[in-house]
Design a protein around this ligand. Structure first.
Ligand SMILES: N[C@@H](CCC(=O)N[C@@H](CS)C(=O)NCC(=O)O)C(=O)O
Length: 290
Protein backbone atom coordinates (compact mmCIF):
# COMPACT_ATOMS: atom_id res chain seq x y z
CA UNK A 1 0.00 0.00 0.00
CA UNK A 2 1.29 3.52 -0.80
CA UNK A 3 2.77 5.79 1.87
CA UNK A 4 0.46 8.34 3.48
CA UNK A 5 1.23 10.96 6.10
CA UNK A 6 0.59 9.64 9.59
CA UNK A 7 -2.29 11.44 11.24
CA UNK A 8 -3.49 11.09 14.79
CA UNK A 9 -6.88 12.76 15.21
CA UNK A 10 -7.02 15.22 18.11
CA UNK A 11 -9.61 14.74 20.85
CA UNK A 12 -11.91 17.36 19.37
CA UNK A 13 -11.87 18.32 15.70
CA UNK A 14 -11.47 22.03 15.01
CA UNK A 15 -11.76 23.99 11.79
CA UNK A 16 -8.26 25.39 11.65
CA UNK A 17 -7.24 24.98 8.01
CA UNK A 18 -8.56 24.41 4.55
CA UNK A 19 -8.52 20.69 3.81
CA UNK A 20 -7.01 21.06 0.34
CA UNK A 21 -8.43 19.60 -2.84
CA UNK A 22 -10.77 21.02 -5.39
CA UNK A 23 -13.54 22.11 -3.01
CA UNK A 24 -11.37 23.53 -0.23
CA UNK A 25 -12.61 27.09 -0.64
CA UNK A 26 -16.29 26.21 -0.19
CA UNK A 27 -16.17 23.35 2.33
CA UNK A 28 -17.26 24.46 5.78
CA UNK A 29 -18.45 22.70 8.93
CA UNK A 30 -21.43 24.97 9.59
CA UNK A 31 -24.74 25.51 7.83
CA UNK A 32 -26.61 28.73 7.11
CA UNK A 33 -25.93 31.71 4.86
CA UNK A 34 -22.58 33.48 4.64
CA UNK A 35 -23.93 36.57 2.92
CA UNK A 36 -27.14 38.35 1.93
CA UNK A 37 -28.21 37.75 -1.64
CA UNK A 38 -31.70 37.60 -3.06
CA UNK A 39 -32.42 35.07 -5.80
CA UNK A 40 -33.67 36.30 -9.17
CA UNK A 41 -37.20 35.25 -10.20
CA UNK A 42 -38.18 34.98 -13.86
CA UNK A 43 -41.52 34.77 -15.64
CA UNK A 44 -42.08 31.02 -15.66
CA UNK A 45 -44.05 28.88 -13.16
CA UNK A 46 -40.92 27.02 -12.09
CA UNK A 47 -37.72 28.66 -10.92
CA UNK A 48 -34.70 26.39 -10.81
CA UNK A 49 -31.47 27.38 -9.07
CA UNK A 50 -28.84 24.91 -10.15
CA UNK A 51 -25.65 23.92 -11.90
CA UNK A 52 -25.20 21.35 -14.65
CA UNK A 53 -23.59 18.66 -12.52
CA UNK A 54 -25.16 15.17 -12.52
CA UNK A 55 -27.44 16.20 -9.65
CA UNK A 56 -28.50 19.33 -11.51
CA UNK A 57 -28.97 17.50 -14.82
CA UNK A 58 -31.59 15.19 -13.32
CA UNK A 59 -34.00 18.08 -12.90
CA UNK A 60 -33.38 19.82 -16.21
CA UNK A 61 -33.74 16.49 -18.04
CA UNK A 62 -37.11 15.87 -16.38
CA UNK A 63 -38.26 19.42 -17.11
CA UNK A 64 -37.32 19.07 -20.78
CA UNK A 65 -39.07 15.68 -20.92
CA UNK A 66 -42.22 17.21 -19.40
CA UNK A 67 -42.15 20.09 -21.89
CA UNK A 68 -41.67 17.60 -24.73
CA UNK A 69 -44.87 15.86 -23.57
CA UNK A 70 -46.69 19.20 -23.83
CA UNK A 71 -46.86 20.19 -20.15
CA UNK A 72 -46.57 23.95 -20.52
CA UNK A 73 -46.78 24.30 -16.74
CA UNK A 74 -43.28 22.88 -16.64
CA UNK A 75 -41.83 25.99 -18.28
CA UNK A 76 -38.89 27.07 -16.24
CA UNK A 77 -36.17 29.60 -15.66
CA UNK A 78 -32.87 27.90 -14.87
CA UNK A 79 -30.60 30.24 -12.94
CA UNK A 80 -26.93 29.47 -12.54
CA UNK A 81 -25.62 28.82 -9.04
CA UNK A 82 -21.83 28.83 -9.09
CA UNK A 83 -20.97 26.56 -6.19
CA UNK A 84 -17.25 27.23 -6.66
CA UNK A 85 -17.97 30.90 -5.89
CA UNK A 86 -20.15 30.07 -2.86
CA UNK A 87 -23.51 31.11 -4.38
CA UNK A 88 -25.14 28.23 -2.48
CA UNK A 89 -24.46 30.11 0.76
CA UNK A 90 -26.37 33.25 -0.23
CA UNK A 91 -29.37 34.01 1.98
CA UNK A 92 -31.88 33.63 -0.85
CA UNK A 93 -30.55 30.22 -1.85
CA UNK A 94 -30.42 28.97 1.74
CA UNK A 95 -34.07 29.99 2.13
CA UNK A 96 -34.93 27.60 -0.73
CA UNK A 97 -32.47 24.90 0.32
CA UNK A 98 -31.25 25.01 3.93
CA UNK A 99 -28.73 22.31 2.91
CA UNK A 100 -26.91 24.75 0.55
CA UNK A 101 -26.65 22.37 -2.38
CA UNK A 102 -27.92 22.48 -5.92
CA UNK A 103 -30.47 21.74 -7.30
CA UNK A 104 -33.21 23.80 -5.61
CA UNK A 105 -36.64 24.53 -7.05
CA UNK A 106 -39.23 27.17 -6.34
CA UNK A 107 -42.71 26.55 -7.72
CA UNK A 108 -44.28 29.98 -8.06
CA UNK A 109 -47.36 28.80 -9.96
CA UNK A 110 -49.69 28.86 -6.96
CA UNK A 111 -50.79 31.45 -4.38
CA UNK A 112 -47.75 30.77 -2.22
CA UNK A 113 -44.34 29.70 -3.56
CA UNK A 114 -43.45 26.11 -2.77
CA UNK A 115 -39.78 25.31 -2.19
CA UNK A 116 -38.39 21.86 -3.04
CA UNK A 117 -34.85 20.70 -2.39
CA UNK A 118 -32.95 17.41 -2.83
CA UNK A 119 -32.97 16.18 -6.41
CA UNK A 120 -34.98 13.03 -5.61
CA UNK A 121 -37.61 15.12 -3.91
CA UNK A 122 -37.73 17.52 -6.87
CA UNK A 123 -38.13 14.66 -9.35
CA UNK A 124 -40.95 13.18 -7.28
CA UNK A 125 -42.67 16.54 -6.84
CA UNK A 126 -42.61 17.26 -10.57
CA UNK A 127 -43.61 13.74 -11.60
CA UNK A 128 -46.60 13.88 -9.24
CA UNK A 129 -47.53 17.43 -10.23
CA UNK A 130 -47.68 16.52 -13.92
CA UNK A 131 -48.62 12.86 -13.61
CA UNK A 132 -45.73 11.70 -15.76
CA UNK A 133 -42.68 9.43 -15.57
CA UNK A 134 -44.03 7.86 -12.37
CA UNK A 135 -46.21 4.77 -12.83
CA UNK A 136 -49.55 4.57 -11.03
CA UNK A 137 -49.59 0.77 -10.77
CA UNK A 138 -48.48 0.07 -7.16
CA UNK A 139 -45.83 -2.51 -8.05
CA UNK A 140 -44.29 -0.39 -10.81
CA UNK A 141 -44.46 2.71 -8.63
CA UNK A 142 -42.70 0.87 -5.79
CA UNK A 143 -39.99 -0.32 -8.19
CA UNK A 144 -39.53 3.24 -9.46
CA UNK A 145 -39.10 4.59 -5.94
CA UNK A 146 -36.76 1.75 -5.02
CA UNK A 147 -34.37 2.65 -7.84
CA UNK A 148 -34.80 6.36 -7.25
CA UNK A 149 -33.83 5.98 -3.60
CA UNK A 150 -31.10 3.52 -4.57
CA UNK A 151 -29.56 6.36 -6.54
CA UNK A 152 -29.82 8.79 -3.64
CA UNK A 153 -28.04 6.37 -1.34
CA UNK A 154 -25.51 5.06 -3.85
CA UNK A 155 -24.25 8.07 -5.79
CA UNK A 156 -22.43 9.65 -2.82
CA UNK A 157 -20.12 6.59 -2.88
CA UNK A 158 -19.47 7.23 -6.56
CA UNK A 159 -19.18 11.04 -6.40
CA UNK A 160 -18.07 11.82 -2.87
CA UNK A 161 -16.14 8.56 -2.54
CA UNK A 162 -14.61 7.31 -5.79
CA UNK A 163 -14.70 10.59 -7.73
CA UNK A 164 -13.35 12.61 -4.84
CA UNK A 165 -10.43 10.35 -4.01
CA UNK A 166 -9.63 9.33 -7.60
CA UNK A 167 -9.80 12.78 -9.18
CA UNK A 168 -10.04 15.64 -6.69
CA UNK A 169 -8.23 14.85 -3.43
CA UNK A 170 -4.86 16.62 -3.09
CA UNK A 171 -3.10 13.25 -2.67
CA UNK A 172 -3.76 9.74 -3.99
CA UNK A 173 -4.65 7.42 -1.11
CA UNK A 174 -4.66 3.81 -2.27
CA UNK A 175 -6.87 2.63 0.59
CA UNK A 176 -9.60 5.19 -0.21
CA UNK A 177 -9.45 4.72 -3.99
CA UNK A 178 -9.53 0.96 -3.58
CA UNK A 179 -12.48 1.05 -1.20
CA UNK A 180 -14.61 3.32 -3.38
CA UNK A 181 -13.57 1.73 -6.71
CA UNK A 182 -14.77 -1.60 -5.31
CA UNK A 183 -18.10 -0.14 -4.21
CA UNK A 184 -18.60 1.73 -7.50
CA UNK A 185 -17.96 -1.44 -9.48
CA UNK A 186 -20.37 -3.33 -7.27
CA UNK A 187 -23.01 -0.68 -7.94
CA UNK A 188 -22.38 -0.89 -11.70
CA UNK A 189 -22.88 -4.64 -11.44
CA UNK A 190 -26.17 -4.12 -9.58
CA UNK A 191 -27.37 -1.93 -12.46
CA UNK A 192 -25.98 -4.27 -15.10
CA UNK A 193 -27.82 -7.29 -13.72
CA UNK A 194 -31.07 -5.33 -13.46
CA UNK A 195 -30.76 -3.93 -16.97
CA UNK A 196 -30.09 -7.43 -18.32
CA UNK A 197 -33.69 -8.22 -17.30
CA UNK A 198 -35.55 -5.02 -18.13
CA UNK A 199 -35.27 -2.19 -20.62
CA UNK A 200 -35.49 0.50 -17.97
CA UNK A 201 -34.78 0.43 -14.26
CA UNK A 202 -38.40 0.21 -13.13
CA UNK A 203 -39.43 -2.14 -15.93
CA UNK A 204 -40.79 -1.43 -19.40
CA UNK A 205 -41.34 2.28 -18.92
CA UNK A 206 -38.81 5.10 -18.77
CA UNK A 207 -39.27 6.85 -15.41
CA UNK A 208 -37.78 9.28 -12.90
CA UNK A 209 -35.63 6.37 -11.70
CA UNK A 210 -33.77 6.37 -15.03
CA UNK A 211 -33.64 10.17 -15.02
CA UNK A 212 -32.01 10.11 -11.55
CA UNK A 213 -29.53 7.33 -12.26
CA UNK A 214 -28.49 8.23 -15.82
CA UNK A 215 -26.50 11.44 -15.19
CA UNK A 216 -24.31 9.56 -12.69
CA UNK A 217 -23.96 5.98 -13.90
CA UNK A 218 -24.79 6.66 -17.54
CA UNK A 219 -22.20 9.45 -17.45
CA UNK A 220 -19.71 7.08 -15.88
CA UNK A 221 -20.04 4.39 -18.56
CA UNK A 222 -20.03 7.05 -21.30
CA UNK A 223 -16.65 8.16 -19.95
CA UNK A 224 -17.82 11.61 -18.86
CA UNK A 225 -17.05 11.35 -15.15
CA UNK A 226 -13.62 11.66 -13.55
CA UNK A 227 -11.79 10.09 -16.50
CA UNK A 228 -12.04 6.95 -14.41
CA UNK A 229 -13.72 4.90 -17.14
CA UNK A 230 -10.74 2.77 -18.11
CA UNK A 231 -9.70 2.33 -14.47
CA UNK A 232 -13.13 0.92 -13.66
CA UNK A 233 -13.44 -0.98 -16.96
CA UNK A 234 -16.85 0.59 -17.44
CA UNK A 235 -17.49 -0.78 -20.93
CA UNK A 236 -17.67 -4.29 -19.51
CA UNK A 237 -21.07 -3.37 -18.02
CA UNK A 238 -22.74 -3.92 -21.38
CA UNK A 239 -26.35 -3.61 -20.25
CA UNK A 240 -25.62 -0.31 -18.54
CA UNK A 241 -23.92 0.93 -21.72
CA UNK A 242 -26.96 -0.17 -23.80
CA UNK A 243 -29.33 1.65 -21.44
CA UNK A 244 -27.11 4.75 -21.27
CA UNK A 245 -27.02 4.98 -25.08
CA UNK A 246 -30.78 4.56 -25.40
CA UNK A 247 -31.42 7.34 -22.93
CA UNK A 248 -28.83 9.61 -24.50
CA UNK A 249 -30.71 9.25 -27.81
CA UNK A 250 -33.67 11.14 -26.33
CA UNK A 251 -33.76 14.79 -27.53
CA UNK A 252 -35.03 16.02 -24.14
CA UNK A 253 -32.06 14.37 -22.42
CA UNK A 254 -29.66 16.07 -24.80
CA UNK A 255 -31.26 19.41 -24.02
CA UNK A 256 -31.55 18.93 -20.27
CA UNK A 257 -27.98 17.76 -19.98
CA UNK A 258 -26.51 21.05 -21.12
CA UNK A 259 -28.61 23.45 -19.03
CA UNK A 260 -26.60 25.31 -16.36
CA UNK A 261 -23.45 23.55 -17.48
CA UNK A 262 -20.16 25.31 -16.99
CA UNK A 263 -17.84 22.69 -18.44
CA UNK A 264 -17.41 20.83 -21.69
CA UNK A 265 -17.47 22.16 -25.24
CA UNK A 266 -19.19 25.56 -25.70
CA UNK A 267 -22.00 23.90 -27.70
CA UNK A 268 -22.71 21.81 -24.61
CA UNK A 269 -23.16 24.69 -22.24
CA UNK A 270 -26.38 26.61 -21.84
CA UNK A 271 -25.46 28.57 -18.75
CA UNK A 272 -29.00 29.82 -18.11
CA UNK A 273 -32.24 28.77 -19.71
CA UNK A 274 -35.21 31.12 -19.76
CA UNK A 275 -36.93 30.09 -22.97
CA UNK A 276 -37.16 27.04 -25.22
CA UNK A 277 -35.58 29.13 -27.97
CA UNK A 278 -32.41 29.40 -25.89
CA UNK A 279 -31.46 26.02 -27.36
CA UNK A 280 -31.87 27.22 -30.95
CA UNK A 281 -28.28 28.22 -31.38
CA UNK A 282 -27.32 24.66 -30.53
CA UNK A 283 -28.13 22.23 -33.31
CA UNK A 284 -28.86 18.58 -32.65
CA UNK A 285 -25.57 17.82 -34.40
CA UNK A 286 -23.67 19.92 -31.91
CA UNK A 287 -25.52 18.27 -29.03
CA UNK A 288 -24.73 14.84 -30.46
CA UNK A 289 -21.04 15.65 -30.19
CA UNK A 290 -21.16 14.84 -26.51
N1 LIG B 1 -28.41 14.80 -2.18
C1 LIG B 1 -28.32 16.04 -2.90
C2 LIG B 1 -26.91 16.27 -3.33
C3 LIG B 1 -26.73 17.61 -3.99
C4 LIG B 1 -25.26 17.96 -4.14
O1 LIG B 1 -24.37 17.29 -3.62
N2 LIG B 1 -25.00 19.06 -4.86
C5 LIG B 1 -23.63 19.52 -5.02
C6 LIG B 1 -23.29 19.69 -6.48
S1 LIG B 1 -23.49 18.19 -7.37
C7 LIG B 1 -23.47 20.89 -4.37
O2 LIG B 1 -24.33 21.73 -4.48
N3 LIG B 1 -22.35 21.13 -3.71
C8 LIG B 1 -22.05 22.39 -3.10
C9 LIG B 1 -21.50 22.25 -1.72
O3 LIG B 1 -21.36 21.13 -1.24
O4 LIG B 1 -21.19 23.30 -1.12
C10 LIG B 1 -29.28 16.02 -4.09
O5 LIG B 1 -29.45 14.92 -4.67
O6 LIG B 1 -29.88 17.05 -4.42
Amino acid sequence: MSETTEYTPPKVWTWTKANGGRFANTNRPIAGPTHDKELPVGRHPLQLYSLGTPNGQKVTILLEELLALGHSGAEYDAWLIKIGDGDQFGSGFVAVNPNSKIPALLDVSGKKPIRVFESGSILTYLAEKFGAFLPTDPAERAETFSWLFWQMGSAPYLGGGFGHFYAYAPMKIEYAIDRFAMETKRQLDVLDRRLAETQYLAGDAYSIADIAVWPWYGGLVKGWLYEGGEFLDVTSYRNVVRWADEIFARPAVRRGRIVNRMNGAPAEQLRERHDASDFDTRTEDKLAAG
